[in-house]
Design a protein around this ligand. Structure first.
Ligand code: GAP
Length: 455
């Protein structure tokens, strides 16, 4: 039996819709196939995923720089990169119902919808076309980039000249990519507009194998460090006949999504393909001068290429949990604090002027540091459940006693444990807890309130 995730996709889609993580695009017009809008919580989660990636691959390293290149590029880029020739999927059409299918995804030669006969597969290029300027002709055709990588390759020399980086070094970019996929689906897993987080790491030929292994390990560890269970990740090396036209070697990091194992990120050894192609197409030399040997060389490129949306989906699926809670079910997202849309929720136990006033002061203060939310509607139990369901790691409750002893309660999402801390220590205390310090390490004057409390 195929391995299955414990959560099904409908639950994830429903939670995302209900709580404002992700909506179908242009929903009031009936939606647009395979395009999605990130809502108030989704945009935070997605931003946090991108920020965590940037932090790990740019900020915390000395050998990487960032870039943000345009979506529309000179059309010659796509001839040189091989996308005009090679970036296509085989498409077959049903002779009866006229539905179109990607033929290499089909189990047999008949239409999956009506069982009808299919046409011979034709290669279908996946790049979206548009026109630059007021004239819609062949000369003004430009493409929406199908990957962010090419913006990095064509800027190799600019980065080299302006940063004086020496090999090995890398360039990172996050941005939108567009593919006119024949078949889409599984929520945000495969869409026609999506975001990528790509690294192009330039190395001396001959060291490429070791850098390939290094990046594979780094990228696996990144997902695991942010909370993805290691047993839900695996590596799959591409066979020779499935390698992309530019790749010497490629491994996918697969994740056990609700529909089964599927690609989360691809790591490719692109050799010197891209720099050689762009050098010959542009007439510019894209070499690197190696001072030690006094020679010009063309670096090899190791490319870890991740999907932002697929990462968001994987983090959501992995974090999703249900626990029995009296007669109900407690739904919770065990999101890593770095990814959680809100880090803290402020919950006054009363709407009366004094406790609510203090709660609002705390809310205003903590907003200077993190995304914080405020909720004073319904019972405290319900409010905790609402925060659990969107993955808020900490709730701060303010009660009448807070007015007297200037202490508030911090309640932790996963254990539901609670501690009482002095107001003056709250910010530092939350900072420490968000960085992973045990909830029960108390600040001066703090005390354990309720262990495994009532929620
Ligand atoms: N520059 C190399 C490249 O683009 P890819 O394997 O085609 O390689 C890299 O894409 C990553 O981009 C994938 O692992 C996936 O996470 C994401 N991706 C690709 N196509 C996608 C789509 N249609 N919808 C969502 N994400 C996609």
């Amino acid at each position: 039996m195929a391995e299955q995730m414990k959560v099904d996709m409908e639950k994830i889609v429903s939670l995302c819709r209900r709580r404002g993580f992700i909506f179908p695009s242009s929903e009031i017009y009936g939606g647009l196939s395979s395009c999605w809008d990130y809502g108030p919580l989704g945009v935070e989660l997605k931003r946090n995923v991108k920020q965590a990636w940037w932090r790990a691959v740019v900020q915390e390293r000395g050998d990487m720089v960032g870039l943000d290149t345009s979506i529309l590029m000179h059309p010659q880029t796509w001839a040189a990169s091989g996308h005009l020739e090679e970036f296509s999927d085989p498409l077959a059409e049903c002779k009866s119902c006229h539905m179109r299918w990607r033929s290499d995804d089909l189990k047999d030669d008949s239409c999956p919808s009506c069982g009808g006969e299919l046409t011979e597969p034709q290669q279908f290029n996946l790049m979206f076309k548009t026109f630059m300027g007021p004239v819609e002709d062949k000369a003004s055709t430009v493409y929406l980039r199908p990957e962010t990588a090419q913006g990095i390759f064509v800027n190799f020399e600019n980065v080299l000249n302006t940063t004086r980086k020496r090999l090995p070094f890398g360039i990172a970019q996050i941005g939108k990519a567009f593919r006119n996929e024949i078949t889409t689906g599984n929520f945000i897993f495969r869409s026609r507009e999506f975001e990528q987080m790509e690294i192009e790491f330039f190395v001396k030929p001959g060291t490429d194998e070791e850098w390939f292994d290094y990046w594979t390990e780094e990228r696996l560890n990144w997902y695991a460090k942010l909370g993805i269970k290691r047993e839900n990740l695996k590596l799959r090396q591409h066979t020779q006949d499935e390698l992309a036209h530019y790749a010497r070697k490629c491994s996918d990091i697969d994740y056990l999504f609700p529909m089964g194992w599927a690609e989360l990120e691809g790591i490719a050894n692109r050799g010197d393909f891209d720099l050689v192609q762009h050098a010959s197409s542009s007439g510019k030399s894209l070499n690197y001068y190696e001072e030690e040997t006094k020679q010009h060389i063309v670096p090899y490129i190791i490319e870890p290429s991740a999907g932002v949306d697929r990462s968001v989906l994987a983090f959501l699926c992995d974090a999703y949990d249900e626990e029995p809670d009296k007669d109900e079910i407690r739904v919770l997202l065990h999101l890593h604090p770095a990814l959680a849309p809100f880090k803290v929720a402020i919950l006054p136990l009363s709407k009366r002027e004094k406790p609510a006033g203090l709660a609002k002061q705390i809310y205003a203060d903590l907003r200077q540091c993190w995304m914080v939310t405020y909720d004073d509607a319904q019972s405290i139990g319900r409010r905790y459940r609402r925060q659990d369901e969107i993955g808020t790691p900490f709730c701060v409750t303010i009660d009448f006693q807070s007015l007297e002893d200037e202490q508030v309660t911090i309640r932790e999402r996963d254990t539901m444990n609670q501690i009482r801390v002095p107001l003056g220590e709250l910010r530092n205390c939350l900072q420490a807890k968000l960085e992973g310090e045990d909830l029960f390490i108390l600040p001066p004057g703090g005390k354990i309130w309720k262990e495994g409390g009532n929620g």
